[in-house]
Design a binder for this molecule. Structure first.
Ligand code: AMP
Length: 540
């Protein structure tokens, strides 16, 4: 017997309808790519998103067409997102940090039809336009006053383009499982893979991340989404914030410490989210200027392991709650967040700070477990590490145009991460499965050694890789970039690590380097490093 409730499809534009009706006056603030701070409202965002949807329909765009955006977090990008999805087309966010060949592959694989592009990226797109064979029109996210001379086919200024239509448009009416958005992951091997979100998964994920122990936004909050809309959906904040009626602050191209600080201060931001590198820039700016963070209550840090020092600085020096988060493009992307819970209330300060170093626990609608090489589930004891598997309504089951199920036989997605889970449900990433170091039949976590090594005075950045070893099969090599002006040596680093990691985890050698290669999304390219050091021989 079926329940007798209404068939109300979970479509992304219903979020905007709700926001405009109930929080229409709520201000949304952008640092514009042209420079000045721009202010709009949720009602205006909806009106203009409707114009985008209508103008796209006028261009002949319809259900399932791929429409690309290469843009910063701005109000215009937000309108474009909702407009594309509300038309029934698929919003394909392009990461401008990807390499030319990757962008070429992605645009052609997706068969993008029209591309919205920020002023910043016009030169990049011009250089690649001959390779973007499927794109017939470029809409530059600016007004006629700032419109550059460009060779892009069909180029038009966004403001002129939407001025040509009114907002008298009915959102598309389709099944909630219809594809809404496309985002390619840039692994370290092979071609990028397209993660295809549905309206249903986006709406559910927007609600998932707004549970109180995750972002927990209310209509009183001011949330600055620094995590880019072009990388993993801005952690679904662009759904969660309008659904809650929060004030959303979008930093545009200004990602440096000073620009971020100005918005935090002037807009009285209460919560924000970004990857660790952004916070390094802000902390440095705060140190240089002696400024404080009077309005900020919480900061979500994820996308890469949050250095323990960063947790301490925000919590102890600035009285800002740190919530460490983990996730991936295939998970829409939030998988876990590390807000402490009731059972941890009696822990002392040090133990609480230590617990925050873990990547955290799953909200409702994300499930996770760890398994061994044989696929058998491993205990949640905080010690044993295994392959981290996940499932939920906003987790991928396949990639775009890759006609193959990517799940385990019992329906779980293998994240490629290696982790522990403790008895309270807190997960800790110990490695990527390709990077974990297998020594004498046991696993060594390269990330844990890196985390400790970056705490050593004089160390600016550290990377640990496993290299072949005749007796132990693999042993860790520590690569270090010295801080400017430091002359720290191998001995000092090893003495620092002594006692902080297990004796048998001690790197067999330390090499000082000028550079550690990163992927376009900021991950250390360990494969490149292993290749670079393949002839390295450990001393005795
Ligand atoms: P992406 O799909 O590009 O967002 O990359 C997802 C991957 O980033 C995950 O599978 C992890 O390996 C890594 N990652 C994300 N957040 C964290 C975190 N808080 N700590 C460690 N690794 C992380």
């Amino acid at each position: 017997m079926l329940g007798l409730m209404q068939d109300y499809p979970l479509l992304t534009h219903t979020i905007l309808d709700h926001a405009a009706l109930n929080h229409g006056e709520r201000e949304q603030v952008t640092r514009s790519v042209e420079g000045p701070i721009r202010s709009t409202t949720l009602a205006q965002i909806r009106t203009r998103a409707l114009k985008v949807a209508k103008a796209l329909a006028g261009e002949g765009v319809s259900l399932g067409d791929r429409i690309a955006t290469m843009a910063w977090n701005t109000d215009r990008h937000l309108e474009t997102w909702f407009g594309i999805m509300g038309n029934g087309a698929i919003c394909h966010t392009l990461n401008p940090r990807l390499f030319a060949d990757q962008l070429d592959y992605i645009v052609n694989h997706a068969e993008d039809d029209i591309m919205f592009v920020d002023l910043t990226f016009v030169p990049l797109v011009e250089a690649l336009q001959n390779r973007f064979g499927t794109v017939r029109k470029y809409i530059v996210l600016t007004d006629s006053e700032h419109m550059p001379e460009t060779s892009l086919p069909g180029a038009v200024a966004y403001e002129d383009w939407i001025a040509a239509v009114d907002d008298d448009f009915a959102w598309g009416d389709f099944d909630e499982n219809t594809a809404a958005a496309l985002c390619y992951t840039s692994g370290t091997t092979g071609n990028p893979k397209g993660v295809l979100y549905s309206h249903r998964s986006n709406v559910l994920h927007g609600l998932t991340v707004n549970q109180p122990d995750v972002f927990g936004l209310t209509s009183e909050d001011v949330i600055m989404a620094i995590v880019p809309m072009f990388h993993a959906n801005a952690w679904a904040l662009t759904y969660a914030a309008p659904a809650a009626g929060a004030k959303l602050v979008m930093p545009g191209a200004g990602m440096d410490g000073k620009s971020i600080y100005e918005l935090l201060e002037n807009e009285k931001v209460t919560a924000t989210a970004a990857v660790p590198t952004v916070w390094l820039g802000l902390l440095q700016y705060l140190d240089e200027t002696g400024k404080k963070l009077p309005y900020l209550q919480k900061v979500v840090i994820g996308g890469a392991a949050c250095p323990p020092m960063m947790i301490r600085r925000f919590e102890l020096d600035f009285d800002v709650e740190v919530i460490h988060g983990w996730g991936m493009t295939e998970m829409s992307p939030v998988g876990t967040t590390g807000k402490l819970k009731h059972a941890t209330l009696n822990l002392d300060r040090e133990a609480r700070l230590k617990l925050k170093e873990k990547q955290g626990r799953t909200p409702y609608l994300v499930e996770m477990k760890i398994v061994g090489d044989d696929g058998k589930e491993l205990p949640r004891d905080g010690k044993v590490f295994g392959h981290l598997l996940v499932r939920g309504p906003a987790v991928s089951k396949s990639y775009f145009k890759l006609d193959q199920d990517i799940l385990t036989a019992d329906g779980w997605f293998d994240t490629g991460d290696i982790a522990t889970i403790d008895s309270l449900g807190f997960m800790q990433i110990t490695d990527r499965d390709k990077d974990v170091i297998k020594s004498g039949g046991e696993w060594i976590s390269s990330i844990e050694i890196e985390n400790e090594a970056v705490g050593c005075p004089g160390v600016a950045e550290a990377a640990v890789i496993g290299l072949p070893h005749p007796k132990w099969s693999e042993r860790p090599l520590l690569l270090v970039i010295r801080e400017v002006g430091s002359d720290i040596d191998k001995e000092a680093v090893l003495v620092y690590l002594d006692g902080k990691i297990a004796k048998w985890w001690m790197p067999d050698d330390v090499v000082f380097v000028d550079e550690i290669p990163h992927t376009a999304t900021g991950k250390i390219q360990k494969m490149t490093l292993r290749e670079q050091f393949k002839d390295f021989e450990f001393g005795d």
